[in-house]
Design a protein around this ligand. Structure first.
Ligand code: NOJ
Ligand code: CA
Length: 534
């Protein structure tokens, strides 16, 4: 088995991981100094959100130079030293490539604004509709809210599926293709082990940029057949390197069948399966999501890829801290009910612990978003004036957006910045809550009941128990219980509100919470030793 088929990948949101120089913003030196923490956690790889120069219209997903390092994060030399250090500790390094759009400060877009010959053809400039051309060229909306089109001084419109500071590239243009292939090589040559591909399903738009109309599922900006040709080219580049370089797609497509198309053997290696992070804490739904994800990945021989949270969605503890919806939901919906129902974070944390054991017992690869291993909750009560996510402004101040899952990590101590920045530094770029000392790394370090301890134990046991353990064999089929055997171990999860009996004679290897012999309490999971009968 290759490392990427079973890896646990830790997502580093660099802005909020660790700040070395005291400006309140995470940086490469801070990340580098915490590499021993990551190695001790027991992960295999880190994925770092974009660290390139950026005006930060969308927290670094607006890149102005794909071959550089954002000055507030450090230098190219530091990035190289970080890659070398990570490799010395046995950790792979995955970067984030943002090919759907550049920053509006990128030299190409600046040339397009000046209307230099040919420059606008690298983006999607169009004339407006209406008698004076003052209506957007089509009916597409931005993912962050408002129209997906903005107008430049001479009256032309350009497409931005996200913020106005993120103009969409024209992937029909050969220079765009050549540029990104070169960027891949630039970082592969520096030893980077792979890329997470941002908006991997969005690069190619339907011919003629047609109106979306009432279509609910197929949006002409996404999941077009033409996108696969791009990834075949990227795969050919990755395959020239040893050791192997890999890709992970961020592709929000309507079904696991559509997702599998990105994972064909000459395309990408893995793709996030996001249904887990949209699923309620219900055994039935989780089981269906797992079966569907495994079937989709298996159909093309790719590993399933499990994600409980990331920098775009409410934290798991908080998603599980309220009454659970009947079926899969979107983040916007989750955020919309924060004011209506009180969160019970202890409950959410018990469920998140149980779900971590479920995630780490499944076949394939797993992602852990920084702070998940500390059991951090979403910060729901940020003051409006500190919000940074463009969603807040573009939604007309109706959706608070994603800042609440991007709060700087608490490392130690009882007052902000909790060791995130050195003492006496500038305020952190987003404020940390008052009670986060209890969740800091230092507070959990030696506490055997902590979330951090649970993750360390689970990650230490995972290679021996689960990595080569073969297919999932379901053991029970009730709305409250989820149980399966893989190899010589079983994973049991109780999402109901009464305890369930565990099989007699099997010993518990690891449990997500306290339990009496032979029973699994509500909102708890356990790994059991279950030697195969021979
Ligand atoms: C997905 C990224 O994860 C998200 O943070 C970003 O806003 C969009 N892509 C646009 O780049
Ligand atoms: Ca800093």
């Amino acid at each position: 088995m290759q490392w990427w088929e079973s890896a646990v990948v830790y997502q580093v949101y660099i802005r909020s991981f660790a700040d070395d120089n005291g400006d309140g913003i995470g940086d490469i030196a801070g990340l580098r100094s915490r590499l021993p923490y990551l190695a001790a956690l027991g992960i295999d790889a880190v994925w770092i959100n974009p660290w390139y120069p950026s005006p930060m219209a969308d927290a670094g997903y607006d890149v102005s130079d794909y071959r550089g390092i954002e000055p507030s994060y450090g230098t190219l030399g530091e990035a190289e030293a970080f890659i070398a250090d990570a490799h010395t500790l046995g950790l792979k390094v995955i970067l984030d490539i943002v090919p759907n759009h550049t920053s509006d400060q990128h030299e190409w877009f600046q040339a397009a604004l000046r209307d230099e010959p040919g420059a606008r053809q690298r983006y999607l400039f169009r004339s407006g509709r209406g008698a004076d051309g003052d209506l957007p060229p089509n009916d597409w909306g931005s993912i962050f809210g408002g129209p997906a089109w903005s107008r430049v001084a001479d009256g032309s419109w350009y497409l931005h599926l996200f913020a106005p500071g993120q103009p969409d590239l024209n992937w029909e243009h050969p220079q765009v293709r050549a540029e990104f292939e070169d960027v891949l090589g630039f970082w592969f040559d520096k030893g980077v082990d792979g890329f997470r591909i941002d908006v991997a399903h969005g690069l190619v738009k339907a011919e003629g940029l047609p109106d979306r109309g009432n279509a609910k599922t197929t949006h002409p900006a996404f999941d077009q057949d033409g996108v696969h040709e791009i990834y075949r080219g990227w795969r050919a580049i990755a395959d020239q390197y040893a050791p192997q370089r890999v890709f992970i797609a961020e592709a929000w497509v309507p079904s696991s069948e559509r997702l599998a198309r990105y994972l064909r053997s000459d395309e990408l290696h893995t793709a996030f399966q996001f249904d887990f992070l949209r699923a309620p804490w219900r055994a039935e739904t989780l089981r269906a999501v797992i079966d569907d994800a495994i079937a989709g990945a298996e159909s093309v021989g790719a590993p399933p890829t499990w994600v409980l949270s990331n920098h775009d969605v409410p934290r798991t503890v908080t998603r599980y801290a309220r009454s659970q919806p009947a079926s899969l939901v979107e983040s916007e919906w989750e955020r919309s009910r924060w004011a209506e129902e009180q969160a019970d974070h202890d409950l959410g944390r018990r469920r998140a612990r149980a779900c971590a054991l479920l995630q780490l017992a499944l076949p394939g690869t797993a992602y852990v978003y920084q702070g998940e291993e500390l059991g951090l909750e979403e910060v729901e009560d940020l003051p409006d004036e500190v919000r940074q996510d463009p969603t807040w402004v573009q939604s007309g101040f109706t959706d608070v957006g994603r800042d609440g899952c991007r709060i700087p990590l608490p490392w130690a101590g009882n007052t902000a910045p909790y060791g995130f920045s050195p003492p006496g530094g500038a305020p952190t770029w987003l404020p940390q809550p008052e009670h986060w000392g209890a969740h800091s790394v230092a507070a959990q370090q030696d506490d055997v009941d902590s979330v951090l301890h649970l993750y360390r134990q689970a990650l230490a046991l995972r290679p021996g128990l689960w990595v080569e353990a073969g297919a999932v064999r379901w053991l029970v089929n009730t709305p409250e219980a989820l149980a399966f055997q893989r190899g010589a171990a079983q994973c049991w999860v109780n999402t109901g509100d009464t305890e369930i009996a565990l099989p007699e004679r099997l010993s518990v290897i690891l449990a997500s919470g306290p339990h009496a012999v032979g029973v699994l309490p509500p909102d708890t999971a356990a790994w059991l030793a279950a030697p195969c009968e021979s």
